[in-house]
Design a protein around this ligand. Sequence first.
Ligand code: ATP
Ligand code: MG
Length: 456
Amino acid sequence: MPAILIVEDEAKMRRLLELNLGEDGFTTFSAGDAEAGLKLLRENPIDLVLTDLKLPGMDGLEFLQTIKRQNAAMPVVVMTAFGSVETAVEAMKAGASDYVLKPFSLTEMRMVLHKELDVRNLREENRSLREALGKRYAHPNVVARSPKMQEVLATVERVAPTNATVLLGGESGVGKDLIARAIHEKSRRASGPFTKINSTAIPENLLESELFGFEKGAFTGAVAAKPGKFELADKGTLFLDEIGDVPPATQVKLLRVLQEREFERLGGTRTIKVDVRLIAATNKDLREALEQGTFREDLYYRLNVVPIDIAPLRERREDIPDLVNLFISRFTGESGKPVEAISPHAMQILVNYHWPGNVRELQNIVERACALAKGSVLEPADIHLDIRPAKVANGASGFLPDGMTLEQWEDEMVQEALRRANGNKSQAARLLGLSRNALRYRLSKIGIPDEGEKEP
Ligand SMILES: Nc1ncnc2c1ncn2[C@@H]1O[C@H](COP(=O)(O)OP(=O)(O)OP(=O)(O)O)[C@@H](O)[C@H]1O
Ligand SMILES: [Mg+2]
């Protein structure tokens, strides 16, 4: 039975949690302050920490940070008073797995604890399985050299055979569609349909009829009955893209299907039962939408049974070379152009770029390079990065692109200058207003060797 450490200074609340979690079959340890909590943590096998944020002495946030320093994998759920959500947000940033606002219901608390323990078990099993087998996960068409993508594939492998709902998160273009399909392909439903619906691509008033279908005469224009995506996905997988944009009324209906696996067509009375595995994706922070009240909390917990977060490409640059080679072979085949390889310098430029549009942007850039390349090897001059500050944070035009540091920006300017100067380093230095030596230093920092001059 999982062991939970409860740290709470209010004796009544502590007792209540101890009793109820004990009844649920958890082993409980409890403390009234952080110091006593840390001592219990050292001396007992604890699976999860549940702590109040307001504590006498060392406060909850510091307690959390101390735990995370000692054991980053320890799930910590924090409790905080309603009306102090900012502290909860701070705790999430410091590594808390989830938070519960006081006053809470025991049902809610149980749901959160079970979810965190499930995720923890999954991670641990993944790790031990992988260690035992020395296994590297692979899936056709999915590049996963980085540890972060290996972790993603490991989770895919584990959840695919189950019916658990998966919530895919990650910036635009990181590969959420691709991973959703991989889960389907590895599941027992692989021979069934994989159906996708994108809530932002469909007008709000049509979304429900697309999802649930309609009977003849349900609304003007409904001249014949039509099944919805849920019916079409029976015995298969339904992929709900951009779940964060589903309007509130539709969220209620989704919740019901998730809970009861049944629904009615619009304008219909017959209850339809389906056997569908749901995968949802979002490139937004749903927690923020929860706080703003635009996304239902109950639906969120139903969807977030197994969260898979795909890191932005700039945080897993190890994947870039394999992706580039994959795309080169793909586009060469398609266009019949004889691009066969990429020069080390050109590859270095791609590895260094910060990829605000992630893998999709990389794919586009390689495609363009292959189409326009003059020779059979892609050179820096063939690489046209879109480095104008197009993707600017919050419309603050003129500022650094999203997710980029000043240093990365400078590196990219250096590479752009080199490209515009067709590889002529003296000319690139002039474009940048740098001395030849200053440019040499910057090039070596980026990893582009400066082996003297190349005249145009
Ligand atoms: N690890 C990967 N290996 C190979 N190809 C990848 C990988 N990740 C993404 N891609 C490719 O990059 C493109 C973008 O990926 P995908 O459409 O899955 O992203 P997404 O996260 O769904 O984006 P969006 O949020 O815009 O919907 C696709 O063509 C996909 O095949
Ligand atoms: Mg997508």
